[in-house]
Design a protein around this ligand. Structure first.
Ligand code: 26Q
Length: 748
């Protein structure tokens, strides 16, 4: 199959083909097959609109979903190659930042697999987020191009004008096909690009002229918004996305033969956090311009739009100065004012106003007033939204609130990245779990079966070996017999990578004091920090400095090692997840909306060391006390501490157990590796502010982590816990999540 394609495309045989040609042929093969799959049509169509789609490399998963994987792998094997080797030639699109974007990608896989009529809608950034490069133990940012002459993108040739006041630009629609598992149908990612976008604007790193919107709109995801030009650019980007989307949606409504008045019956728009929220006023604007009365338009749009909230952090709740919107999208502001006025007539309480007392447009509030559904992404998260963050809205619209616990696609996060484990499961419970993840629970009957447990440990060891080889290629030596302790996620203070660092400092000092651990431990980190997030970059700096301190210490380096993978992305995750043994889910309780890495790691047999936050709570409930390592203050206590201002970092810092750990940040060995200003800033923050209370949970964290390392030595006991975790992970399949969205919100 691949051979014919190669012959046709390059006139070479399998033996003669270069790796690049093999990849290009496989890409073309998939693209042809995918296009023959029908898109699902239905009375009611979903548009999942999102600023991020962190899809990862597509070749392997598409081959799997198309049912071509075995055949192509066999063809490649005969010439000494493999699909994995081909994938090395595939660039990874960095069209996302973290959980929200990866969730959107998992959802698209499940939507296609369940055969639901739905497409993803977003932007085609040429350089995505950024490529992270470490330089002198600091993060620097480089453009991360992924679009090649041959790529997954298909140019539809369809263009849409977008008006910014007097200025007009043009959006062009590109599509990426996403085949569902089992060769039935496909969904599409529909990505808009700016006609005339100019990479020549990029200067040093990822800096560029932020004011030249006619040429910069689709260069980067989340351009630095620490100055006004950057903030305006984000509004330009968002409006560009939703204006194109609104035109596409209305155009397809007409193509499907429906009238504008039927919008709410035939269209449902899932707004992925507030980045696409301007779709609401934009649709209302377009409908009223066509002559529909304002209230009817507002009502129709409200019954078509649903909003997902992914965070309760105040600083991540988007609000734009009305003056900025006035400047960028003057045609939209009258509609927003009218929507605000109508909402204020119905609900005069100031805390639910769309345009607040500071003349800021509160995007989430617009979504809640003018959407029919609001959902959190895990049970605890939704409860917190209802009871505190969005309580005034819950009082007005209790019927709109619903909880949808996140999920992950098992195609990528088990069958794709860990085929040996998938095979282990199938040999025991048959293949049904691939379509019905709940069937995984049947695996639990092997929890005391020695042979199964031994095999499970062997599979984990193989996963570690594979990662060790990948790390070696990146210049890192790691002991495959050490315990792999993994924290992989965006870098954010609330996720508390700094607390993990303080544990490592504690461990280092134990070793220096002669308390040798039973077995070496490797601490793996993967994280990008937002380019303008100062303290997050300081935390990366401190971890990299500590890595160097340990590496250069002959005594300590026998026992502990820090590996911070550069440019953590989906591909790294696919290698790290199967190798992980300890899953660090240590956010300050109440702050992590859900987490999805926690699910991927559990599914691959890592045990969770976690606070009762986000979906961790549900993981703990499913696997039971003995199979989950819980520590830290519960969310109610944390919420109370914030409410009464009762947390004082200084007091905790003074404890004799804690002070030397924090002080180590400024000790000679660290200063020899790093920069006093950055380390000093982190020290100051931890001792005087520590807004996310790392010091509060530190001692409990150390205690439970030590317990975990002890328990690791009972290899069978540990393997049994692994097996229970895998068996209980079925609930976290995104197929289940999507079925729930469809049952309760979309009704496709
Ligand atoms: C907001 C304002 C200004 C600039 C940027 C932003 C911004 C950008 C990205 C705010 C939020 C995000 C991304 C949030 C995100 O990824 N949230 C994660 O979503 C996951 C999927 O639901 C959850 O599992 C995680 O708990 C949540 O952190």
């Amino acid at each position: 199959m691949l051979a014919e394609q190669l012959e046709q495309q390059f006139h070479v045989t399998m033996e003669q083909a270069s790796a690049g040609q093999l990849y290009a042929a496989a890409l073309a093969l998939c693209r042809q097959r995918q296009q023959t799959l029908p898109t699902v049509e239905g009375e009611r169509k979903l548009y999942y609109i999102s600023a991020e789609f962190l899809v990862g490399k597509l070749l392997s998963c598409n081959l799997m979903n198309l049912g071509l994987w075995d055949q192509v792998e066999e063809e490649l094997r005969r010439v000494g190659s493999s699909i994995a080797a081909l994938e090395d030639a595939e660039p990874e699109p960095s069209l996302g930042n973290g959980g929200l974007g990866r969730l959107a990608a998992c959802f698209m896989d499940s939507i296609a697999t369940l055969g639901l009529p739905g497409d993803g809608v977003g932007l085609c950034y040429h350089y995505g987020l950024f490529r992270q490069v470490f330089d002198h133990n600091c993060q620097t940012e480089q453009p991360d191009g992924w679009i090649e002459p041959q790529s997954w993108l298909r140019d539809t040739g369809r263009e849409y004008p977008v008006q910014f006041g007097a200025r007009q630009v043009t959006g062009r629609l590109y599509e990426i096909d996403l085949p569902g598992y089992g060769n039935t149908s496909r969904s599409r990612l529909r990505l808009f690009d700016l006609v005339g976008v100019d990479p020549g604007l990029i200067r040093e790193g990822i800096t560029f002229d932020k004011t030249d919107v006619a040429h910069n709109l689709t260069l980067f995801l989340y351009p630095d918004d620490s100055d006004r030009a950057g903030r305006l650019l984000r509004v330009y980007q968002q409006y560009f996305m939703v204006s194109c989307a609104a035109q596409l949606i209305l155009e397809e409504l007409a193509e499907r033969g429906f009238s504008r008045e039927e919008l709410d019956r035939h269209v449902v728009i899932q707004i992925n956090d507030t980045h696409p929220s301007m779709i609401i006023p934009e649709l209302v604007r377009r409908l009223t311009e066509e002559g529909m009365p304002f209230e009817q338009a507002a009502d129709l749009v409200s019954r078509s739009c649903a909003y997902t909230n992914h965070t309760i952090l105040a600083e991540a709740l988007e609000r734009w100065p009305a003056a900025d919107l006035e400047e960028v999208v003057p045609q939209l502001m009258p509609v927003i004012r009218a929507l605000d006025a109508l909402a204020k007539r119905r609900h005069p309480e100031p805390e639910v106003a769309i345009i607040d007392e500071n003349q800021q447009v509160q995007m989430a509030r617009m979504d809640i007033h003018y959407g029919f559904s609001v959902n959190g992404v895990a049970a605890l998260h939704t409860e917190i939204l209802k009871n505190s963050e969005l309580a005034p809205f819950y009082r007005i619209y209790p019927e709109k609130f619903t909880s949808k616990t996140n999920g992950i696609t098992f195609r990528r996060w088990l069958m794709g990245c860990n085929p040996q484990l998938a095979d282990f499961i199938t040999r025991r419970i048959g293949p049904d779990w691939k379509r019905d993840a709940a069937a995984l629970t049947r695996l639990a009957q092997w929890k005391t079966d020695c042979e199964s447990l031994t095999e499970l440990l062997r599979i984990k060891a193989a996963g570690k070996q594979a990662l060790v080889r990948a790390l070696a290629a990146a210049g890192e030596t790691v002991d495959p017999d050490s315990i792999f302790d993994v924290q992989i996620k965006r870098l954010h203070e609330y996720k508390r990578q700094q607390m993990n660092l303080l544990y490592i400092i504690w461990k280092y000092r134990q070793i220096k004091a002669g308390k040798i651990p039973r077995r070496p431990v490797t601490f793996l980190f993967g994280a990008k920090a937002a380019p303008a997030y100062r303290i997050a970059k300081d935390i990366i700096h401190a971890i990299l400095c500590m890595a160097a301190v340990i590496r250069q210490d002959p005594e300590a380096s026998k026992w502990i090692r820090i590996v911070f993978v550069e440019n953590y992305n989906v591909s790294w995750a696919e290698r790290i997840v199967p190798a992980a043994e300890i899953s660090e889910q240590i956010s300050l309780a109440s702050k992590e909306a859900s987490g999805t890495g926690n699910m991927k790691l559990m599914l691959n047999g890592a045990l969770t060391l976690g606070t009762l936050d986000g979906a961790n709570l549900e993981i703990a409930d499913l696997v039971g006390e003995e199979n989950f390592y819980r520590f830290g203050r519960p969310s109610e206590e944390v919420i109370r501490l914030y409410a009464d201002g009762g947390y004082r970092a200084q007091d905790l810092y003074q404890k004799p157990e804690i002070e030397p750990l924090v002080d180590f940040l400024l000790a000679k060995p660290m200063l020899r590796q790093g920069d006093a200003e950055q380390l000093g800033r982190l020290y100051q923050d931890l001792t005087h502010k520590d807004w996310f209370m790392a010091l509060l949970d530190l001692e409990d964290y150390i205690r439970v982590k030590e317990q975990m390392l002890d328990d690791y030595e009972d290899r069978n006991g540990w393997a049994s816990k692994m097996l229970i975790n895998i068996a209980q992970a079925g609930y976290f399949s995104s197929d289940r999540t999507i079925a729930e969205y469809n049952r309760d919100i979309w009704r496709l």
